[in-house]
Design a protein around this ligand. Structure first.
Ligand code: NAD
Length: 353
């Protein structure tokens, strides 16, 4: 564990409402739960099970992801705040039903102030184990079994808003889109985009994932995977990793739009400013990829799949508004989105005090 000073610096930077550390020697559970904000409602955010090198690295990830959840909920106009759970350890070796149940008991102690769900290292099956100890889980027993399908649905609407803004026409028919990652979201997205008549170029590091989308939808595979950044296309659609818009990839991009499901696409906020300077329209990730969250919240509220899809389609109008403010003020879209989220959180704090 690193020095407390660094943890203090991190907490000063992200200014979370609460940070909780727990360890349980009986099961080996080591976890941090961050509640970034409950200004708009109970904190919600998935749980990540990951072999972090230290508590401090885990804390930073939890703080960053919890803040992103607050912003995402605020932008999606959901009555929820941002939180995140991280479990320190290698899920392949250390994930046991006992550990998951111990973690679920910690979640239960929050009595609904923190609700969680799937993330890296935590699957729908794991949530079923956790359900024995807590009911504060999204996507575990709700009507939307696979939240990735709704995320993909939202990305299609987000892409349409981008095309409307750049080309004055939201249709994706005949447009060339370069999709990075044919995983859970990527697969459904490729399916939807193929149905819209888009021309699809796809990269993945997993051969099997590529073979599936190639045989089912006739997409063109881009190899090696990193060649995807430089392909000529209308939109680059990141659906794999974070940090892919950076000093190395920015000069390679040969597109008019960057819009996809991946979290934390900008390595640093300044890379979003560079996209703006280059005249490439960037759809802020937490706005365009909110479909899964919206569906998870509908699950918690007892809503239907139809309602979740309908709410997700509002991503189109939200992005159009952000792009309009961006154009009017000459400010990059990610800055506009952050400002709207921060204003909503501040306004709610003022109302509550
Ligand atoms: P996933 O793990 O199912 O899919 C990711 C895919 O990317 C995999 O097929 C993987 O092989 C591929 N990949 C990894 N490295 C790559 C590389 N260098 N080049 C090309 N492909 C590579 O994950 P997912 O659930 O589909 O999520 C994709 C992204 O969207 C992630 O950033 C995730 O955080 C974000 N996201 C997902 C959801 C959701 O509902 N699943 C919601 C919001 C955001």
């Amino acid at each position: 564990m690193k020095t407390a000073k660094n943890a203090h610096e991190l907490i000063a930077q992200y200014a979370p409402q609460e940070v909780h550390y727990y360890s349980d020697p009986a099961t080996g559970l080591k976890t941090i739960i961050v509640i970034h904000s409950t200004a708009l409602g109970p904190a919600t955010g998935g749980t990540r099970f990951y072999p972090y090198q230290s508590w401090e690295v885990a804390l930073e990830d939890a703080l960053k992801l919890a803040q992103a959840m607050s912003y995402k909920c605020a932008l999606a106009e959901l009555p929820f705040g941002g939180g995140k759970g991280v479990i320190v350890g290698d899920p392949k070796r250390e994930k046991t039903p006992e550990l998951l149940r111990a973690y679920a008991r910690v979640v239960q102690q929050f009595d609904g102030r923190f609700m969680t769900g799937e993330d890296v290292g935590i699957s729908a099956e794991d949530l079923e184990v956790m359900m024995r100890e807590t009911k504060f889980l999204a996507g575990a027993k709700g009507v939307t079994r696979d939240l990735s399908t709704v995320t993909a649905h939202g990305v299609v609407y987000g892409l349409k808003a981008c095309f409307q803004t750049v080309f004055g026409n939201s249709s994706l028919k005949g447009r060339t889109l370069a999709v990075q990652g044919a995983g859970k979201v990527g697969y459904y997205l490729i399916k939807l985009l193929a149905a819209e008549g888009a021309k699809l170029l796809v990269s993945d590091i997993d051969r099997r994932a590529l073979e599936i989308v190639q045989s089912e939808f006739g997409v063109r595979v881009v190899e090696p995977p990193e060649a995807i950044y430089a392909v000529e296309c209308d939109a680059f659609v990141p659906c794999a990793l974070g940090g892919i818009i950076n000093d190395t990839t920015l000069p390679l991009l040969n597109c008019k739009i960057v819009a996809g499901s991946a979290n934390n696409q900008l390595k640093e906020p300044r890379h979003g400013d560079r996209l703006h300077e280059f005249g490439i329209l960037y759809a802020p990730d937490y706005v365009i990829n909110a479909g899964g969250l919206i569906a998870g919240v509908q699950d918690l509220l007892g809503g239907s799949v139809e309602k979740a899809l309908h709410e997700t389609e509002k991503i189109y109008g939200r992005l159009l508004k952000i792009f309009e403010i961006s154009r009017r003020e000459g400010l990059a879209p990610h800055r506009v989105a952050d400002r709207i989220a921060e204003e909503r959180l501040r306004a709610q704090h003022r109302e509550a005090s």
